[in-house]
Design a protein around this ligand. Sequence first.
Ligand SMILES: Cc1cc2nc3c(=O)[nH]c(=O)nc-3n(C[C@H](O)[C@H](O)[C@H](O)COP(=O)(O)OP(=O)(O)OC[C@H]3O[C@@H](n4cnc5c(N)ncnc54)[C@H](O)[C@@H]3O)c2cc1C
Length: 398
Amino acid sequence: MQNNVSNEVFDVIIVGGGIMGSATAYHASKRGLKALLIEQFDFLHHRGSSHGESRTIRANYSKPYYFPLVMDSYTLWQQAQAQIGYDVYFPAHQLDMGPAHDPTLLKILENCKIHGISHEVLNRGQLAEKLSGYIDFPDDFIGIFNEFGGVIKATKAVAMFQTLAHKNGAVLKDNTEIADIKKDENGDGVVVVSASKNETFRGKKCVVTVGAWMRKLVKKVSGVEIPIKPLEIHVFYWKVKEGHEGDFAIGGDFPTFSSHGGLHVFGTPSLEYPGLVKVVVEAGDTCDPDKREWGPGAKVDELKEWIKKSFNGFVEWREPVMKQACMYSMTPDHDYVVDFLGGQFGKDVVVGGGFSGHGFKMAPVIGRVLAELAVDGVPSGEIDIKPFGIGRFNNSQK
Ligand SMILES: Cc1cc2nc3c(=O)[nH]c(=O)nc-3n(C[C@H](O)[C@H](O)[C@H](O)COP(=O)(O)OP(=O)(O)OC[C@H]3O[C@@H](n4cnc5c(N)ncnc54)[C@H](O)[C@@H]3O)c2cc1C
């Protein structure tokens, strides 16, 4: 027997209240659609991928199809923060560095040229001059420096989209785990979304944005196996040497940065904790999102060595002062999954996941695209979602 069966039919039900689901609810409700956002835990919890203080935004991508998404996102972040009345986006320069012949770096350079992004290519000496020696790299490295970096305040941004969605009339429901999604047996085309607590919700369309739980939930409801692998990753904060805190602060010369070739390290200027910089190594351990290890973090010793040699002694490298665990949802090619689920659901269920550790910055545009796919069947403008199709994994359906 099912309790609390709501007879209300929503235009769109969004399952998963991280940044992607919250941005989708915002865009759907902004269009006047009746939207319902459902989250399994408390809203703004710390057990998924969208919590914490900061995420990097950068236009430097090695794959060309991300560039228009980022540029749209810059505009949409600014529009949303103007609506809410506080800032979530803090501009900075971006530095990508690595061996001069590193393929990723060369692709980034090529994309800067193709898209007309004004940039500087720096050798070691020029970098030392530009950043007063606060970042160093080996003689065979180059740096690509441009103005398209920045920091997005993560949990604050999720809260912003949820608040704006609520203001627009969306219904927000947390502590409700969705156990099943199916088409109504009456043949009326409605999608029935059932919670494990015997609650049922009805929608004309459904968008599934369940992050690291995507593979499990989609397999359960449709039999489709989307190869999204959850990884546990740690964010670390490191102390800037006394007297130099201002040199690493956002708003000055110190950029958001990524280091390629070998260890992939990225970081942000200090913002959330004055005097601390966030420096993260992109390495993690495979995890089950329902049975987390909460491990010590991968490649931490390599990261310490990287910090020691890259910050010229201006950052205390022996131990981080703070750490936080989070999850990546990795696809084999590190590209997103933004598509219709297909099969018995046709175009009535849309999935947005597999953001592979680089989705946050794009959330405003991905949320818009997911809402458009659900309601219009196609994304607006020039957005190309072909690289994000489920078909690329050769799935079989139940
Ligand atoms: C350490 C770290 C650093 C990162 N740095 C960057 C960066 O610098 N720049 C960048 O662009 N990106 C970055 N990312 C990636 C970015 O944070 C993610 O791509 C993004 O947060 C993914 O959001 P999501 O909404 O898909 O997933 P989530 O935030 O996990 O949201 C999914 C939600 O669905 C809920 N859910 C799951 N199953 C159910 C169910 N059955 N019923 C109801 N609800 C359910 C979950 O509880 C969760 O709240 C980073 C990620 C990590 C972990």
